[in-house]
Design a protein around this ligand. Sequence first.
Ligand code: SR1
Ligand code: MG
Length: 418
Amino acid sequence: GQGDYRILHEADLRDYLAGLPDLKALLGDPAGWTITEVGDGNLNLVFIVKGARGGVAVKQALPYVRLVGESWPLPLSRAHYEFLALSRQAQLAPGLVPALLHHDENLALTVMELLEPHIIMRRGLVAGTRYPRFVDDITTFMARTLIFTSDLALSAAEKKEGIAAFAGNHALCKITEDLIFTDPYRIAEQNRWTAPYLDGLATELRDDMDLHVTISRLKLKFMASPEALLHGDLHTGSIMVTDSQTRVIDPEFAFYGPMGFDVGAVLANLLMAYFASPGHERAPSERAAFEAWVLETVEQVWSEFARKFLDLWRAGAAGDAYPASLFAGAKGAARLEAERQAYMQRLFTDTVGFAAAKTIRRIFGLAHNIDFELIEPPKTRAICEARAVRLARAMMVETPVFRTIADVTGAARKLRDW
Ligand code: SR1
Ligand code: MG
């Protein structure tokens, strides 16, 4: 039972893994293993184990938030939900998540394929690297995991079983509800920003009732719209890449929520890479090429996602929503197609709002990102961040202005030199 949980240190992990015949066969003689804790995320331990014959990655949940410490307890059950989500994603989007090798419910521990030479995408973006495979892979991942866990593809019973399977992951949802949808807009002890330069903007956020209404609507949508199984934390720190491969990792925030939250996370983190770019050392020609690529990628992530999602829907994703019997004949087909377009337009509006929320939380909330954090001096960082905040605020409250993804990239381009 849960009583068997203990935090593993390198030596314990060696003994533990040596007791698993399959892993021992994969890694070779345990005496020759090197084990290094490499976790740089906010929540967990991550070990890389390398032996004579191969390597694995091991993730163990801690009973508290690593970033803050034992004063902030967090359920170990998140490892169960992460394992469940990874298993589901592996079926729905084969080859786009790490292979699962072993899971121990009591230790809240999962052993996975070692992704090598993959790096965290966010690090690559900070270095100005372009990823030619990214659009195709991430849009396949999102289109397939979202539509195939939704009422567009499932029976009502299957869908409700899915919701129930993830309903217990509410502590992780609560982190999102607080850190993304609430704290940045009020005085909260955990908030931080690039002071003193952004003090004025922080005050504006706390006084802006239009923004408070919109962020609260988005929070309600996040809480009360179980449209599909979300990754739940799909930022560029949850994606590992090489030139030719993309792997989505870390779905411990998985639950049934609104699709636009995942799509918006990807777009927001690309837009932040764009706004952070002027703060990082790059040759001028490389800077221009990188920034052009990022905005093109923003556009293609939306357009390719929408295209693939619609294709899967048209190709016969036959869930209990939109029963075929109600859309018979040419008249029905035309009407259903118009409805699909309207569905995507609503999803786009949600996506724009969630992308904005994801941006503001990284600049005024607890958890920041290295895209901005690595920019020195602070004044330069604040200039980059302020542009991102201006765009995010517009995306949240001037929603009708953003009808297409080109409206988003156009506004980003204008703010880039503001
Ligand atoms: C206390 S956890 C802070 C953030 O880290 C995770 O990656 C999620 O984004 C969460 O909001
Ligand atoms: Mg994570």
